[in-house]
Design a protein around this ligand. Structure first.
Ligand code: RIB
Length: 336
């Protein structure tokens, strides 16, 4: 394996110059930098980012912790993060927690050991103890898909309460009163909890009594969705509409309803949440609450990179707008 000495010899410079090109490239004349970089390529020199970190105290990497890459909305945000990071010559290391607080804690530990310069976390740790430790250590991090709007942690998210309200209001406005909700488990996501509160508040405002038997907590993937919607549709008075706490769940609900002989939207109106690009390519096209996943990723990366350069005076809390996108999976209630 080539060493820094080999590079120096090929480029005809000192090892100190090679080291400067690696650690402080802006301090080296462009011609010299190019010569050294060419030499690195010739002898396939691989510098060690961790070793570089000992000198600069930076590795130009950020750790990203998402619940899962199976949900396209998280892929969109990851794209936003990588685009911003790439512009500043940062690399992103991704880990999935699978909505497991212990896995999230382990990932944070491992990424810190790898000396990432900061973390972007979509947290499953509802108690917040892991995050408080990061704060205590003064470690730069930003919460993404967060419901946090004040306090010491920087956070990017949307108003999930409002989104839940908008989805339900759309259904109530179409004349539905038997409106069910398929919610992601409240133990692993406060987003779903806030969406549920928005749903309940809207029912109240529209004079529709809240029926707890119309709430089913599912995962956030397709897992148990079909069984949940089919159980709801087996009731004596089945719902005529359902608000799903994300688009994936909504797709599962549409399929589950169809299997049971219910037509969407004629017999069951379905609303999702996220507005993932795929939601307009399914049949019927999904009505959903759009959240700007790509921009949220970009914003989180901007905030984090600024934090890695300089400790901010105060944390940033950025709430982006949600938007109801009405498509074909919802329709006015048809009286029997
Ligand atoms: O983690 C599940 C959901 O929470 C995602 O689909 C997205 O809506 C996020 O906010």
């Amino acid at each position: 394996m080539a060493t820094i000495h080999d590079v120096a010899k090929i480029a005809g410079v000192s090892t100190a110059t090679v080291s400067r090109v690696i650690n402080l490239p802006h301090k080296v004349r462009p011609e010299t930098r190019e010569r050294v970089e060419r030499a690195m390529k010739v002898c396939r020199y691989q510098y060690n980012a961790l070793a570089r970190g000992f000198v600069t105290k930076r590795t130009n990497t950020i750790g990203l912790i998402m619940p899962t890459i199976s949900n396209p909305v998280f892929a969109e945000s990851t794209r936003g993060i990588q685009d911003v990071a790439g512009q500043s010559d940062f690399h992103v290391i991704l880990g999935n927690s699978y909505y497991d607080g212990d896995k999230e804690a382990k990932l944070i530990e491992v990424l810190r050991e790898r000396q990432v310069d900061g973390l972007i976390i979509t947290s499953t740790n509802m108690k917040g103890d892991i995050l408080r430790r990061l704060l205590r250590d003064d470690f730069p991090f930003v919460l993404l898909y967060s419901t946090v709007r004040k306090g010491p942690m920087s956070a990017v998210g949307v108003d999930n309460f409002l989104g839940g309200y908008m989805a339900t209001e759309h259904l109530a406005g179409l004349g539905h009163t038997r409106i069910a909700m398929l919610a992601g488990s409240f133990n692993i996501s406060d987003r779903s909890f806030h969406r549920w509160h928005g749903y309940k508040k809207c029912l109240k405002d529209y004079g529709i009594p809240y029926d707890p038997s119309l709430l089913k907590q599912t995962g956030f993937g397709l897992g148990s969705v079909k069984e949940c919607i089919q159980a709801l549709l087996s009731k004596d008075r089945p719902p005529t509409a359902v608000f799903c706490s994300n688009d994936l769940v909504a797709l599962g609900a549409m399929e589950g309803a169809r299997e049971k002989g219910f037509r969407v939207p004629e017999d069951l109106s379905v609303v999702g949440f996220d507005g993932m690009p795929l939601s307009s390519y399914v049949y019927p096209r999904l009505t959903t609450v759009y959240q700007p996943a790509y921009d949220m990723g970009r914003r989180a990366a901007d905030i984090l990179l600024a934090q890695t350069r300089e400790k901010p005076d105060k944390p940033v809390h950025d709430m982006l707008d949600v938007q109801l996108v009405v498509r074909d999976s919802t329709a006015p209630l048809v009286s029997p």
